[in-house]
Design a binder for this molecule. Structure first.
Ligand SMILES: NC(=O)c1ccc[n+]([C@@H]2O[C@H](COP(=O)([O-])OP(=O)(O)OC[C@H]3O[C@@H](n4cnc5c(N)ncnc54)[C@H](OP(=O)(O)O)[C@@H]3O)[C@@H](O)[C@H]2O)c1
Length: 281
């Protein structure tokens, strides 16, 4: 979802290579397993020198990760260390995309970058391990960008699922006790380029402005897409249990990113309308 949008948002004058994807919307693309350190070295050697690397690949199946902790640790943790070591050797900056799942969700005000982490899921723990590994391997060059609740023109995500379900049912039940900031990849991708090219090493939080519940996001998605005749009912997390723990509150304080770019990302509802206008599927 995010990686393909990052390729499309590349800053003018830079050539971009997408790994993992065989075909990538007119930009050069190659397939590699980023958890394979030897393959990674070959990748950077073959196609470099690079200006920098934006790392968006991850083991992202949050619930399945509870059953596959070793694989999640390899992809989310060890791959970050290998990639950061390779970038350190080439003296190039690295952006590692991370997640609000590094927090436990017990706060009630937006999380600052230096708020203590306490991941409660395998996914969150392995993503935090990746953050730590990358910063250890490349302290002067690693920029961690934590984001949340992503959706965009490609990939599987919540607004798309709601629109699909609305074709099949006339009533949806959606949890209303988890609060976060829906974030469009159309907003986030350009910000990642800015962090790579203009940012300093350290942690940035990056999410659209404002916050809501999944229930609010479902209602807004149906409303702004013009979907009629479907009722959305709120329910609790308890009523809709999942294998992995979700942070009940994970709004991120994104002021560091706003200071770097001179403006915050768009308000979440505006970004949603833009997305729905460009991708009404
Ligand atoms: N989605 C969200 O709501 C969200 C929220 C917070 C943070 N994030 C973070 O944002 C980043 C992008 O997430 P996304 O939503 O765009 O995820 P996504 O659509 O699942 O994309 C992840 C990509 O990583 C690739 N990948 C997995 N293991 C790999 C490996 N060993 N080598 C090479 N490629 C590998 C996958 O390829 P295959 O499909 O071929 O396996 C997939 O293309 C991730 O770091 C994620 O943790 C996402």
């Amino acid at each position: 979802m995010l990686g393909s949008q990052v390729l499309l948002a590349v800053t003018d004058g830079l050539e971009v290579i997408g790994t993992d994807l065989r075909e990538a919307h007119g930009v050069a693309a190659v397939g590699y397993d980023l958890a394979d350190a030897v393959a990674l070295e070959r990748l950077l050697g073959e196609f470099g020198p690079f200006t920098g690397v934006i790392h968006t690949a991850a083991y992202t199946a949050v619930d399945k990760a509870e059953e596959e902790p070793e694989l999640a640790a390899r992809v989310n943790g060890e791959a970050c260390r290998a990639l950061a070591s390779a970038c350190a050797a080439q003296r190039i900056p690295l952006v590692v995309v991370s997640t609000d799942f590094v927090f436990d969700g017990n706060a009630r005000t937006p999380y600052a970058e230096d708020h203590p982490t306490n991941p409660l899921s395998v996914y969150g723990k392995t993503k935090l391990a990746g953050e730590i590994a990358a910063r250890e391997a490349h302290p002067g060059g690693t920029r961690i960008v934590r984001t949340q609740w992503l959706y965009g023109p490609r990939g599987k995500h919540f607004p798309r699922t709601m629109l699909q379900l609305a074709q099949e049912r006339d009533q949806l039940r959606v949890v209303s006790d988890q609060i976060g900031s829906p974030t469009s990849t159309l907003e986030l991708a350009p910000a990642l380029w800015d962090v790579l090219l203009e940012g300093e090493a350290g942690v940035y939080h990056a999410a659209c402005e404002g916050s809501c519940s999944w229930f609010d996001l479902a209602v807004a998605t149906l409303e702004h897409s013009g979907t009629e005749g479907v009722t959305v009912e709120p329910c609790t997390t308890e009523e809709f249990p999942r294998p992995a723990h979700r942070p009940p509150y994970s709004v991120l304080d994104c002021s560091r990113l706003a200071a770097l770019r001179g403006a915050p990302l768009a308000p979440w509802e505006d970004a949603l309308k833009t997305y729905l206008g460009t991708d009404p599927s």
